[in-house]
Design a protein around this ligand. Structure first.
Ligand SMILES: Nc1ncnc2c1ncn2[C@@H]1O[C@H](COP(=O)(O)OP(=O)(O)O)[C@@H](O)[C@H]1O
Ligand SMILES: [Mg+2]
Length: 228
């Protein structure tokens, strides 16, 4: 589905990604694991097309619809938007900004909010949401976006356990529907339990493949992740 060959990226003089080569199969559910500063966020940005590697190639097999959830949401939460508005933003790609919202669109938004446990929150302002509720909201927006490929950067970093569990369930449903998902995850127990594939990154690709084979003592020692 996606092939990266010999990708290099640097911020001014600082090399953040070095010779990244791997093939990402369609319909896969992959965790990206690595220490702080390993280049995980940089890699997702490069795949999302937000930054351009100075060397190497990124090749998509087919045209696909991509959704990208940044590490810390860039959305200013003091901005006067309602929960409903934010999910509606996920439909813009389909209807265009001036397209107007159909009944069907509004139904989709309500359904998405219900499936992330935010039914009844439609009119709430963003500043009235907890961290976990805000992350649920961003997942609701991704439901209506209906992308084929989802890039999630530390989706569980600032959320409570119940939210993590619910959102993991959604990720699994997306995987069953045939979507491809790449998520940066810190908690290795979650990775072992829910992610069939893992990419272990430390500027370079340390290992990539079946999670059990990737998260070995040796590979973790190599990236000094032991004990995490
Ligand atoms: N905008 C930037 N300017 C300069 N250096 C950056 C920038 N963003 C990230 N870096 C550096 O690049 C390296 C990789 O960053 P990042 O991809 O965010 O790592 P990770 O997500 O794995 O923690 C880090 O050393 C970080 O300090
Ligand atoms: Mg990061």
């Amino acid at each position: 589905m996606l092939e990266l060959s010999h990708i290099f990226y640097s911020y001014k003089d600082f090399l953040a990604l070095e010779d990244i080569t791997f093939k990402f199969p369609a319909k896969s559910l992959t965790a990206i694991v690595g220490p702080n500063g390993a280049g995980k966020s940089t890699l997702l940005k490069a795949i999302a097309g937000l930054i351009t590697p100075y060397k190497g190639k990124l090749k998509w097999k087919n045209e696909i619809k991509l959704a990208y959830l940044p590490q810390y949401s860039l959305l200013d939460r003091s901005f006067p938007l309602t929960v409903f508005d934010v999910v509606a933003m996920g439909l813009w790609q389909k209807i265009g900004i001036f397209g107007g919202l159909s009944h069907k669109g509004a139904d989709e938004i309500h359904e998405a909010l219900e499936s992330v446990g935010l039914k009844g929150f439609e009119k709430r302002g963003l500043s009235e949401l907890s961290g976990g509720q805000f992350q649920r909201l961003l997942f609701a927006r991704m439901i209506v976006q209906d992308a084929d490929f989802l890039l999630l950067d530390e989706p569980f970093a600032a959320v409570d356990e119940a939210t993590t569990r619910d959102l993991l369930k959604l990720i699994q449903e997306w995987h069953c529907q045939g979507k491809s998902i790449m998520a940066v995850i810190h908690n290795l127990n979650l990775v072992r339990k829910y992610f069939p594939q893992t990419l272990l990154l430390a500027k370079k690709v340390v290992a990539f493949g079946e999670t059990k084979a990737v998260l070995t003592t040796e590979s973790l020692t190599e990236t000094s992740l032991m004990g995490l």
